[in-house]
Design a protein around this ligand. Structure first.
Ligand SMILES: Nc1nc2c(ncn2[C@@H]2O[C@H](COP(=O)(O)OP(=O)(O)O)[C@@H](O)[C@H]2O)c(=O)[nH]1
Ligand SMILES: [Mg+2]
Length: 214
């Protein structure tokens, strides 16, 4: 059973805590990522597969959810240490929450610390967590119109993963719309296509992770 920590945002100075988190990660040689998306778009699945397929890379995972330890249990079953952060209603994680749970990990043994944020495309986008990259997922069943509807999530992304491409045709997902809308919102980022069912995009994702390992 994974550890559950219940937390509320206690500080208004999020950036100061984000700076502390970044320093702790850098001092320990850990590359940090913040995964952000709607519920059900495939964040935990991406992590489970990534952990299982790369036993030589060491991941620690902070799972953010409003309630339950289900995702942290999935990550531990996949083979990585995980802490479940329950916000009991709050719709995002803050940097002070990350700072407070970091000591629960043996950071010197980790290559990557991944934060799976609370599932939604609105509030988490406004909070820096001090990690190195923000990775935003959009799954094809959610629809190709989401970039312009939730611009803050996509214009702050360092990487955008289009997940569940195996069902793209069945749900009428039009990748051309996504590419076009991203030109307006975040032209620097080219969306990558991913499917945990067919494995599409995973080799590229693993290469990218390895290129960022400190
Ligand atoms: N068809 C398909 N289903 C997927 C894919 N990735 C995840 N899923 C399914 O989508 C559901 C939600 O996935 P989950 O990883 O829990 O999403 P999260 O809420 O973002 O963490 C689960 O039933 C997964 O099996 C994919 O690439 N293709
Ligand atoms: Mg999840």
């Amino acid at each position: 059973m994974a550890d559950i920590v219940v937390m509320r945002a206690v500080s208004s100075d999020n950036q100061a805590h984000a700076d502390v988190v970044r320093k702790i990660l850098d001092d320990n040689g850990v590359f940090g990522m913040n995964l952000l998306s709607s519920p059900g778009s495939g964040k935990t699945t991406l992590l489970e597969k990534t952990i299982r397929d790369n036993p030589d890379l060491k991941f620690g995972v902070i799972e953010g959810d409003v309630f339950t330890a289900r995702d942290a249990s999935r990550i531990e079953a996949a083979g990585a240490p995980s802490i479940q952060l329950n916000t009991e209603g709050a719709c995002h994680l803050t940097a002070n929450m990350i700072e407070m749970v970091l000591p629960k990990f043996e950071l010197k043994t980790l290559d990557f610390l991944v934060v799976e944020n609370i599932g939604n495309l609105i509030c988490p986008a406004a909070y820096s967590l001090g990690v190195h990259k923000r990775v935003v997922l959009l799954s094809t069943p959610e629809g190709h119109d989401k970039i312009l509807k939730y611009p803050q999530a996509f214009n702050t992304a360092d990487m955008i993963l289009i997940t569940k491409t195996d069902v793209a045709d069945a749900v009428g997902f039009d990748m051309k719309v996504v590419v076009e809308d991203l030109k307006a919102v975040n032209p620097k980022v080219e969306p990558w296509l991913m499917s945990s069912v067919t494995g599409e995009g995973y080799d590229r994702w693993y290469d990218w992770l390895r290129s960022n390992k400190k």
